[in-house]
Design a protein around this ligand. Structure first.
Ligand SMILES: N[C@@H](CCC(=O)NCCCC(=O)O)C(=O)O
Length: 247
């Protein structure tokens, strides 16, 4: 049986202050290849170059990865402020309609960090620009210095609703995760089901209600060392299995 083919949404970067590229983290590629058992393919998130229906006709699943730039607040009806940071408008214009189309067509999708936030916005939700500025919230951003191991180190618990899809998947109601994000869910979207929270109440695990196939997202980064992490493996394994059932 041929491996499922996963479209990994690209991020826009500029190399040497001049050369535009589309890229993804190797850890995303590795998790899809080694744990989901699928063929990873990076999709250029350039709306003039890719067509949503074409993408849905050619891929068995999509991974919406992390990304340092934020979803533009006009996507959820708010004005941009300096607190909203940098944007990747091309990725917004590809990812948001692609999430909706994939769910409509029953194509499995998995969201990570920015991808988690895109799921929420794609279905009508909104985001806080900076969680650490909210009363009672932790700083969820990655440590500014240190090695990658230190940046992706497990940082806080996520408590999952007992009996939820996530708790059944992980076989636990509390898991420990890394944390590399500044933004988070403010208002959840119409079809967003929140199944996990950080100790400060920040949503950390969601799924799309009534999705005909796998449609789950997490605010943390399970792709980091996914092949050896007890929490990450089940997520990428379930994603891979859903695609094999779908093809
Ligand atoms: N920009 C959003 C999402 C954060 C995110 O995806 N972080 C991963 C960044 C990895 C990297 O540094 O490229 C937010 O800040 O909440």
């Amino acid at each position: 049986m041929a491996k499922p083919v996963v479209g990994i949404i690209g991020n826009s970067y500029i190399i040497d202050d001049s050369y535009p590229v589309q890229s993804t983290g190797v850890s995303n590629v590795e998790a899809i290849a080694r744990v989901s058992g699928a063929l990873p393919v990076v999709i250029p998130a350039i709306p003039d170059m890719v067509n949503i229906d074409d993408l849905c006709g050619r891929f068995d699943g999509f991974l919406f990865t992390g990304g340092r730039p934020n979803v533009h607040p006009e996507e959820y009806g708010e004005e941009a402020t300096p607190a909203h940071g940098q944007f990747d408008r091309d990725r917004d214009r590809v990812a948001l309609p692609l999430i909706r189309a994939a769910v409509d067509k029953g194509i499995p999708i998995l969201g990570i960090c920015r991808g988690f936030q895109e799921f929420n916005v794609a279905f009508g939700g909104s985001l806080y620009p900076e969680i650490r500025d909210l009363p009672g919230r932790m700083n969820h951003r990655m440590p500014p210095d240190g090695t990658l191991e230190e940046k992706f180190a497990l940082r806080h618990d996520v408590t999952l609703i007992d009996g939820s899809e996530f708790s059944k998947m992980f076989g636990a109601t509390v898991v420990k995760t890394n944390s590399l994000h500044g933004q988070g869910i403010k208002e959840k979207g119409a079809r967003i089901i929140i199944e996990g929270h950080a100790p400060d109440g920040t949503p950390e695990a969601i799924r799309i209600a009534d999705a005909p196939s796998f449609a789950m997202a997490v605010q943390w980064h399970p792709e980091w060392r996914a092949h050896e992490c007890g929490v990450s493996r089940p997520l990428f394994e379930a994603f891979g299995q859903s695609m094999r059932e779908h093809v």
